[in-house]
Design a protein around this ligand. Structure first.
Ligand code: PLP
Length: 429
């Protein structure tokens, strides 16, 4: 029995696996490349969903984890002091830009958002949350409740009362003749209207991804969160920035995605890249909000010594190698190359740093084209390049490689992408 058949026999049916009957098993990795069980090598432009942020088998990270495991202490419970955890919290508090910040560690982005929602609702004594359509925040009750993406949400089971804001999608805005400032004005009007109609303004918080990840790397105009913030402040509503995909310099221009919006959130949630594959997530935020949980609470594995050792090594690497700068430089090479492509099916190339989305649409109509997208996706794999898929309609190719990607690797991936898009475009006629 193949590994795929065994997987299908034992895993729930709803668990997504890329490439269907030709699913991949990755057995080795180095730098930005992985090898599958059949010995084929791929350039990885998705980094395990933006998780392998520094790259595969990076000596500084592997050595730090081995050293921690070598002490014999993989876990001691948070009832004891954990040096790695305290040091990592100090570093994250420092880079957060939040004065007197506190940090709480979890094992995943879902738990990070669940915790942030817990802190915000407790401080504000309200279970009302504002969320943005097409957003993704996790797979627990509360985080699914604020997920506005039909493939992932089950908000009818929500423990929260969620008020939805429209996603300020710039492609759709442009198609409707709206400028960026028109879009911001419309988004602020939407927020004001939602607050005035479905709440008495006594909402706990707004949760938002600076760039919607699973939703297809959709970003509102720069400044949008800052414009929201002015209205939120009138009501004392907290801002939670979900930086699970956008943090740590990924977007090149800034260390955090929210910095493009000229705003400092009350809470920032993080996961994925900070562990470079080891399970690590958390929340960093204002002490007043972080301290708002009245009961004792801890996470058995959150910030355990091994994950925290990885986190320390990752953050040190990101900062000492200026990976934000690399994301900006190499991201520009990729973006320029992709924007130079002109094909009918390629509706939009968008992105920032090493977070780039290609939206495929039907020529003339702007209708999503998931068929062409799937073809590009499969052709990339056949050409030796792994990319991600996403978007509400499955019509976005997502590019989020390790931030150590070199210019040469960017050009190699670009050539494979260009061939794949050209073929899919020709076949679509
Ligand atoms: N928030 C965002 C923006 C995400 O992209 C994800 C995962 O894709 C999550 C939260 C959930 O993180 P995890 O899968 O680690 O629970």
């Amino acid at each position: 029995m193949s590994l795929l058949d065994r997987h299908r026999a034992v895993m729930p049916t709803w668990m997504p696996v890329y490439y269907g009957d030709d699913a991949l098993e990755i057995v080795a990795g180095s730098g930005r490349r992985v090898t599958d069980a059949a010995g084929r090598s791929y350039l990885d432009f998705f980094g395990g969903v933006l998780t392998t942020m520094v790259g595969y088998d990076i000596a500084e990270i592997s050595d730090a984890v081995r050293a921690q495991v070598g002490t014999g202490v993989a876990h001691t419970s948070t009832l004891y002091l954990i040096r790695q955890q305290v040091e990592l919290a100090e570093k994250i508090a420092r880079v957060s830009g939040i004065p007197d910040a506190r940090v709480f560690f979890t094992n995943s982005g879902t738990e990070a958002n669940e915790s942030a929602l817990l802190f915000a609702t407790n401080l504000r004594r309200s279970n009302q949350i504002l969320a943005i359509k097409n957003g993704y925040h996790g797979r627990t009750f509360a985080t699914m409740a604020v997920t506005g993406h039909r493939s992932w949400s089950s908000s009818s089971l929500s423990p929260l009362t969620v008020h939805w804001l429209a996603s300020a999608d710039r492609l759709r805005g442009r198609m409707a003749g709206l400028s960026d400032s028109d879009l911001i004005d419309a988004a602020v009007d939407d927020l004001r209207e939602v607050l005035a109609t479905v709440s008495a303004g006594d909402v706990a918080g707004l949760i938002a991804e600076p760039i919607q990840g699973v939703g297809g790397f959709v970003a509102g105009p720069d400044g949008l969160l800052g414009a929201y913030r002015k209205v939120l402040a009138e009501h004392g509503i907290l801002l939670i920035a979900d930086e699970v995909q956008t943090g740590w310099g990924r977007t090149g221009d800034h260390f955090w995605g929210h910095q493009a919006h000229g705003v400092t959130p009350d809470l920032i949630t993080f996961a994925k890249g900070i562990g470079n594959g080891f399970a690590l997530g958390g929340v960093v935020g204002r002490a007043e909000v972080m301290n708002a949980v009245p009961a004792i609470s801890f996470s058995t594995f959150g910030g355990n010594p091994v994950s925290a050792a990885a986190g320390n090594a990752v953050l040190d690497y990101v900062l000492s190698h200026d990976l934000q700068g690399n994301a900006k430089r190499v991201g520009a090479v990729l973006l320029d190359g992709l924007r130079a492509l002109s094909y009918d099916i390629l509706g939009e190339v968008r992105g920032r740093g090493l977070m780039i989305g290609l939206e495929f649409t039907r020529p003339g109509t702007g209708e999503p084209d998931p068929v062409a997208t799937l073809r590009v996706f499969d052709l990339c794999r056949a050409g030796g390049l792994l990319v991600g898929k996403g978007g509400l309609y499955g019509n976005v190719i997502r590019i989020g490689p390790p931030l150590t990607l070199t210019e040469e690797e960017a050009r190699e991936g670009l050539a494979i992408l260009a061939d794949a898009i050209a073929t899919a475009d020709a076949e679509s006629r």
